[in-house]
Write a protein that binds this ligand. Structure first.
Ligand SMILES: *Cc1c(COP(=O)(O)O)cnc(C)c1O
Length: 467
């Protein structure tokens, strides 16, 4: 399997060659030259598999330059009941016949990003050890991504993590989750500023190419191909869990921000999984909903802060991968479209034959507001006795709008309610339960460095503490 750039300007590379990188060298996103297509026999054989077995079968088709025995070992070490607190790894909960919640948030940081990030941590360590190489991961976070990355990379050989977060801007739970890590390879930098200041520092440091090369600066952001690949697995796992045979179709509703999660669903469908609809749910930041409704992709100058904060994006960084498929995998078209986006503009496919194909790819969408979130959390609690978080609520709200009789609907749970206590209290008048062992999280000693929003100061810090 070789990987290309959505903009056509990168020589073909292998999985491990693109594993540690961010954008392709021409500014595009890396993508598989073709999706592996499953036979009916393969799909039938996969039905009884455990999560780790399924992950091995799927990931090996994309990561075919990693020896099978090594990959098997990596996958088996990653997807354990010990780490994900469930033998199923991603258990399915039935709300009523035909309506399901796919539990993706039982990993160490209580959000779905753990499912892919835990694999990434082990893949990084494996590939770096082979070359006797090291990496300094630099990132910015407003909550979920940073903690998932830190819990995946903690204690890993050859890896140090420098994570910038805005001081005092995350919830006490999220802050404690990150800052209580005592592993010597994890560095929490609390920046005096907002998330955008953190993001700007990461950009400034990464744009200093000499510094970047000398200090081996890497990233684990949402465009990482291996993360998308790892997420393909749970669409298969859920499909098998809610169907009796491989002729049935299932729809999935996906709370979306950067389009990584639902992009994995798209890939599962292209591989031959019988998915009827992929339902893209957004919050008030509705750039994706607007595209799927109108054909206009119009990144916003500003992001709104909402009560489903992990979906607060103004530009969906993985979306280019889907558009590449939508326009018939023609990099010249993608180049043209993103020339407009990168210049701060938008594009409109409504009058092109490409937009008509959106429905062939199974995509529909919808938007959910703060009031919708509260109402959905209440409804699911009262009607089904299940507590869901704010992001999952966006998915359930939009999913139900597109539900069809006779087609099972699986709503992806992207975080546990314990992470978003304030809004749960607002909706239900009571606090969510915490998973065992986290009751005293906020009381644990914290380890972090407060710094001014100054890229040069961050560079000096990396130099002093790098691998
Ligand atoms: C990251 C995240 C999302 C959005 O996922 P994308 O892959 O960026 O679309 C949704 N919900 C939660 C809780 C998240 O952490």
């Amino acid at each position: 399997m070789k990987y290309l750039s959505t903009r056509g300007g990168m020589p073909p590379k292998t999985f491990t060659e693109i594993l540690l990188g961010g954008l392709a060298t021409d500014g595009g996103l890396t993508i598989a030259e073709a999706y592996p297509r499953l036979t009916r026999d393969e799909l039938a054989a996969w039905r009884g598999m455990s999560y780790a077995e399924l992950a091995f079968e799927i990931v090996r088709r994309f990561a075919d330059d990693i020896p099978a025995a090594d990959l098997k070992d990596i996958v088996e070490r990653t997807y354990t009941a010990d780490i994900f607190h469930s033998a199923d790894i991603t258990p399915v909960k039935t709300l009523e016949p035909g309506l399901f919640i796919l539990g993706l948030s039982n990993g160490p940081t209580l959000a779905f990003k753990d499912v892919a990030m835990q694999l990434l941590g082990n893949l990084f360590e494996y590939v770096l050890a082979k070359d006797n190489a090291e990496i300094n991961i630099l990132g910015a976070t407003s909550g979920d991504t940073g903690s998932a990355a830190e819990y995946a990379m903690r204690g890993k050989r050859g890896i140090k993590v420098f994570m910038l977060s805005p001081v005092g801007k995350m919830s006490p739970f999220q802050t404690a989750q990150m800052y209580s890590l005592q592993d010597p390879n994890i560095f929490n930098i609390a920046v005096e500023g907002v998330f955008d200041d953190c993001q700007d520092i990461v950009k400034a440091v990464s744009n200093d190419l000499e510094f970047k090369a000398k200090y081996k600066i890497g990233a684990v952001n949402s465009i990482n191909w291996a993360r998308v690949t790892a997420q393909v697995v749970y669409y298969f796992k859920a499909y098998f869990a809610v169907t009796a045979g491989n002729d049935e179709e299932v729809s999935f509703s996906v709370p979306s921000g950067n389009f990584g999660n639902v992009c994995a669903g798209h890939i599962a469908r292209q591989m031959g999984l019988p998915i009827k609809k992929l339902i893209v749910a957004t919050n008030e930041n509705d750039v994706l909903d607007e595209f799927f409704r109108t054909g206009v992709y119009r990144p916003r100058p500003q992001t709104q802060h909402t009560s489903s904060p992990s979906m607060d994006i103004s530009k969906a960084s993985n979306f280019e991968r889907f558009v590449y498929d939508l326009v018939g995998r023609d990099p010249a078209v993608v180049n043209d479209l993103w020339k407009q986006v990168d210049a701060g503009g938008s594009f409109d496919l409504s009058q092109t034959p490409h937009f008509a194909k959106v429905k062939d790819f199974g995509f529909v969408s919808g938007e959910s507001s703060h009031a919708d979130r509260l109402a959905t959390i209440r409804k699911v609690y009262e009607q089904y006795g299940a507590m869901i978080d704010t992001h999952t609520a966006d998915g359930v709200k939009v999913g139900l709008e597109h539900r069809e009789a006779g087609v099972p609907l699986v709503c992806l749970e992207t975080a546990l309610p314990a992470k978003f206590e304030e809004t749960i209290r607002e909706a239900l008048g009571r606090a969510p339960e915490r998973p065992a062992g986290l009751d005293n999280l906020e009381k644990l000693p914290q380890r972090f460095e407060v710094m001014r929003a100054d890229a040069e100061a961050v560079k000096r810090y990396i130099v002093a503490h790098s691998v």
